[in-house]
Design a protein. Structure first.
Length: 266
């Protein structure tokens, strides 16, 4: 049974990737039809990333919500969505989530800036990718990345994959590893793996995806709020990394302790 469940977990990941491929070609077609691509010029053979995200997350939402609901029905899981929403939006818990989300983002950016100084050649392609994403992101791209991506990724990894891996002692490690691989490059893969572990522990502790989704949204959204100039200012980079790490650890521990397992609090 464990091998079958591991195969199912990997199949969930491949399903998500397959949906992305379908959405890419659909977005490319729409971009061509709307005049966004000149098919005669290879240099313009790109897709509108906002449309691509919108299509793949809509398709993913349909597929994975149905899949997740079916699993809950088969396992007689009756999740109290209203209570979990109330728990997530409790004022103290919401403040903790905001502090945690921003400290995670600041710590990550700080470490990446430090690595860029130490290993400029290694980090060059990653920095180019991030600068292009932040510099050319449309409103649609930002909305889908901040609000839709966290919902889908939590459904896929902390919902379906974590469920299928639940028979393994290393279930959280497996889903986090697949989450890292899903991001498609080494740098993002490493910190996605770490964040996947943190989000996985929250899902296990709360038996719900809602708090993880909300934290995931805050982390993604903070990318567009935290100024990159912060890491080039007068305050030392090592101080920023240390302080954000301490705040991240403390707020994460307090958050976990504030939510009893299987019993969302008001």
């Amino acid at each position: 049974m464990k091998l079958k469940n591991l195969i199912l977990a990997v199949f969930v990941l491949f399903t998500a990737l397959f949906i992305s491929i379908i959405a890419y070609f659909a977005a490319f077609t729409l971009t061509v039809l709307t005049g966004g691509v000149n098919v005669a010029s290879p240099g313009t053979a790109t897709v509108n990333q906002g449309i691509f995200n919108l299509l793949r997350y809509i398709l993913s939402f349909i597929v994975f919500v149905i899949w997740y609901k079916r699993i809950k029905e088969e396992n007689l899981i009756n999740e109290n969505t209203k209570a979990n929403l109330k728990s997530a939006f409790h004022p103290l818990r919401l403040i903790l989530l905001i502090i945690l989300g921003f400290s995670i983002q600041i710590f990550t950016e700080g470490v990446l800036f430090l690595l860029s100084k130490l290993f400029p050649n290694t980090m060059e392609s990653y920095n180019t990718m991030m600068n292009e994403m932040l510099g050319e992101s449309t409103v649609l791209f930002i909305i889908t990345a901040v609000f839709m991506a966290p919902v889908i990724e939590e459904l896929v990894f902390r919902g379906l994959i974590l469920h299928y891996c639940s028979g393994f002692m290393a279930a959280n490690l497996i889903q986090a590893l697949l989450f890292g691989l899903y991001h498609g490059n080494v740098i993002q893969g490493i910190y996605a793996f770490i964040f996947g572990l943190l989000l996985g522990f929250i899902a296990i502790k709360t038996d719900s995806l809602i708090i993880g989704m909300l934290l995931h949204m805050i982390i993604n959204g903070s990318l567009y709020i935290v100024p990159r100039e912060l890491f080039k200012g007068s305050v030392g980079l090592d101080v920023i990394i240390l302080v954000s790490f301490v705040v991240m650890v403390i707020s994460y521990i307090i958050l976990l302790k504030s939510i009893p397992k299987n019993k969302p609090q008001n």
